[in-house]
Design a protein around this ligand. Structure first.
Ligand SMILES: C[S@@+](CC[C@H](N)C(=O)[O-])C[C@H]1O[C@@H](n2cnc3c(N)ncnc32)[C@H](O)[C@@H]1O
Length: 377
């Protein structure tokens, strides 16, 4: 099934492409009655086969060292109120809880919290909620982190604006998503072709933009954030690596959709599984683009900063011009859920921040230091 040319890039409107495989998949989806707007976890990656925790654990093992480094360099510290969005297996959530200490507060939100429940014993708040649900309003945070989540949600811009609106003034939004930097240059043709089929299948099935990481810094700026920066990490596939394990488990679940694209057949997927398991395979796959931005510390005359998207509850908590909250704001949802720790109504631990480490420098030269210097003013 190879040799039909490149797959349409993810993000291209499926209805306008003339690619044969795309038409076949759309037709199949229509005739199979796949609900329009199917989402991550509805059918694909819903854990029905019992391997979803192993798949997400492999993903976490591959990328947690990079994420911890990036978050550490951005200056996460004790006492912060943090939100881990689409927390999955909760490995970064647990790390955030350790880093913020007893005086801090960490909340994990996911539409599927089955793997997060054990974190409650660490004092972590666990909220089962959909990011797109208007009723989801967890309060305000010093740090919001979302890895491999936004790329899987069709309404990406809307979600980023929501996340930005949940930041305290001066708070950080750190979002990690894929950029397909590794597979197009692979010397293994069937690996190239099958992975292109996988991207197309994910786009068609659940709306994934597998190159969203490339667009993240601009998207954070469009959401009204400042001090934008980004960095890229690409863990290799190779014998015994978590990345190889992750792709084997992913292909096992997505195989029917991959084959349905018409870009790859079962023999191709078999060959790629063998490639992933071979003792001499070393190759690249996805890059994790970690991008970050800060909510402006001060808004003019108490108005939301440009690009801010304020929820109803946020409007009730609207700040005065100097970053303090206006009187009469309502209690934050986080406080009413008994999450403990500082409430969003209390003064933020760094309601105004000066950063002595120019964060944008990290985009090209990540700090080797575990912590950047954040100074309260
Ligand atoms: C690929 S996993 C990433 C897990 C984790 N962030 C990590 O990097 O290890 C994507 C997670 O996002 C969650 N998710 C996807 N769409 C969501 C939505 N609309 N609202 C809340 N969670 C969502 C899924 O349930 C899943 O746990």
């Amino acid at each position: 099934m190879r040799g039909r040319g490149d797959a349409p890039r993810p993000g291209s409107p499926a209805t306008t492409t003339t690619h044969e495989g795309t038409r076949t998949l759309q037709s199949d989806l229509t005739t199979r009655g796949t609900p329009v707007g199917e989402r991550y976890g509805d059918r694909l990656f819903n854990g029905a086969g019992g391997e979803e925790l192993a798949r997400l654990t492999a993903l976490a093992q591959a990328f947690d060292p990079a994420t911890r480094h990036r978050l550490g360099a951005l200056g996460i510290r004790p006492g912060w109120r943090c939100l881990d969005v689409g927390a999955g297996p909760g490995s970064i959530t647990g790390w955030l809880a350790e880093r913020t200490g007893d005086g801090g507060e960490v909340l994990a939100v996911d539409r599927d919290t089955r793997f997060l429940e054990p974190l409650r014993q660490q004092g972590v708040g666990v909220l089962r909620a959909d990011l797109l649900d208007p009723a989801t309003d967890p309060g305000l945070f010093d740090l919001i982190h979302a890895r491999f989540v936004v790329m899987h949600i069709r309404e990406r811009g809307q979600v980023l604006r929501r996340l930005a609106s949940w930041l305290r003034p001066g708070g950080l939004l750190v979002v990690g998503d894929n950029a397909d930097l590794g597979t197009p240059g692979s010397p293994h043709e069937r690996y190239r072709t099958t992975m292109a089929a996988l991207w197309l299948a994910l786009e068609q099935a659940i709306g994934t933009d597998v190159d969203h990481g490339r667009r993240l810094p601009a998207a954070l700026a469009a959401a009204g954030l400042v001090d934008i920066g980004a960095a890229v990490d690409i863990p290799p596939i190779g014998p015994g690596t978590p990345m190889s394990r992750f792709w084997r488990l992913t292909l096992a679940q997505a195989r029917p959709l991959v084959v349905a694209t018409g870009l790859a057949d079962h023999a191709d997927v078999d060959a790629v599984e063998a490639y992933l398991e071979a003792p001499d395979t070393w190759d690249l796959s996805l890059g994790l683009v970690t991008a970050w931005g800060r909510r402006p510390a001060r808004s003019r005359a108490g108005a939301p900063a440009a690009g801010d998207c304020w929820s109803t509850a946020d409007a009730a908590r609207q700040t005065t011009g100097d970053g303090r909250e206006a009187p009469g704001g309502e209690s934050p949802p986080g406080a009413s859920r008994g999450l403990g720790g500082p409430s969003a109504r209390q003064e933020a631990p760094h309601s105004a921040i000066a950063c002595t480490l120019p964060l944008t420098c990290c985009a090209t030269q990540p700090s080797p230091e575990p912590d950047g210097e954040l100074v309260r003013t």
